[in-house]
Design a protein around this ligand. Structure first.
Ligand code: NAP
Length: 289
């Protein structure tokens, strides 16, 4: 029940109507029985500073950040975690000591299902990442955290690939981060112990599309992991093809759940939040779509 003491959380984006975050966070809030509410805030790009000022005035505790604000909010914050700086994007902001502090929980969201599924040494792993947009940045940072031996990012636009490569620090670029045009993909499929789709190919309503053909998928190494950031549909065609070649699959739903859980822990300053309830609320919301 919302009362005069209810504390505010939310998500800013433009548009934000499609966001599943209110469902997920309010389900967790209800389960914990705490006096909070999580709201969608549609904020146009030119209103971002005004929104931050307004949020400060009304005592917003913290908020999620989605497209198009993940990069543009950075100079407006008092402090940005080193992880968010290296990713170049903020997805979570918290109010502390009258200041806005930004961080990035997408990286934790991405690696969490990998770490919980596989208790293994990643230092022999070659990661191949399809796409070089915003989500690919969190995936690269996640692969660095895991300690992957090599990270190959595959994209369709050479200029954007070069800019992507140049945006990372020198030591990473010199050692194990490489970018390639999509034409070179056949060379990297047989090396891909971890193959991550960060493109929207296969996302609803284009559910019959996949970034690789079934023939290409057959060249994946034994024991490869196929990870699709897309969570609607679940599974995507990419993951269905991966299963046919006996590849282990991970869908984007768990990343969405875990980045949200990590953010909620930050806002509430709690060690645990009801992750199962958050996951169930998303599954329910997606099945109703
Ligand atoms: P983005 O910044 O727009 O990046 C998309 C990337 O995919 C770009 O590199 C784009 O290439 C490439 N791409 C798009 N269509 C392509 C095609 N037909 N062929 C080859 N490459 C193509 O988007 P994003 O924020 O990174 O999000 C990407 C996907 O990840 C979305 O489906 C999103 O829902 C999902 N996602 C999931 C989670 C999660 O928690 N599970 C979190 C974040 C994102 P160009 O730059 O050349 O256009």
């Amino acid at each position: 029940m919302i009362t005069g003491t209810t504390k505010l959380l939310g998500v800013i984006g433009h548009p934000v109507e499609h966001s599943l975050s209110p469902r997920m966070h309010n389900a967790a809030i209800a389960q914990m029985g705490i006096d909070y509410v999580y709201l969608p805030f549609p904020i146009a790009p030119h209103d971002l500073q005004a929104a931050l000022d307004g949020f400060a005035a009304i005592g917003v505790v913290g908020f999620s950040v989605t497209i198009p604000h993940k990069q543009t909010i950075i100079p407006l914050l008092s402090e940005v975690s080193s992880l968010a700086q290296s990713v170049g994007a903020v997805n979570t902001v918290v109010r502390k000591d009258n200041q806005w502090i930004g961080t990035n929980t997408d990286v934790e969201g991405f690696i969490s299902p990998l770490q919980s599924t596989y208790n293994r040494d990643w230092s022999q792993t070659t990661a191949v990442i399809l796409g070089n947009g915003g989500a690919a940045r969190a995936v690269v940072a996640g692969c660095v955290q895991l300690g992957c031996a090599e990270i190959h990012v595959i994209g369709r636009n050479l200029n954007k690939l070069v800019a992507f490569h140049e945006s990372w620090d020198n030591s990473l670029r010199a050692s194990h981060l490489h970018v390639h045009h999509w034409d070179k993909l056949p060379k990297y499929i047989p090396q891909a112990n971890l193959l991550v789709n960060t493109t929207p190919i296969g996302m609803y309503p284009h559910i019959d599309e996949a970034p690789l053909t079934s023939e290409e998928m057959q060249h994946l190494p034994v024991g490869a992991i196929a990870y699709d950031l897309t969570y609607n549909p679940n599974p995507t065609k990419f993951l269905k093809l991966a299963k046919l070649v006996e590849t282990v699959t991970i869908n984007g739903l768990e990343m969405l759940v875990q980045q949200g859980a990590a953010a909620l822990k930050i806002w509430l300053e709690r060690e645990t939040v009801p992750v199962d309830v958050m996951r169930e609320s998303l599954i329910e919301a997606l099945s109703a779509k």
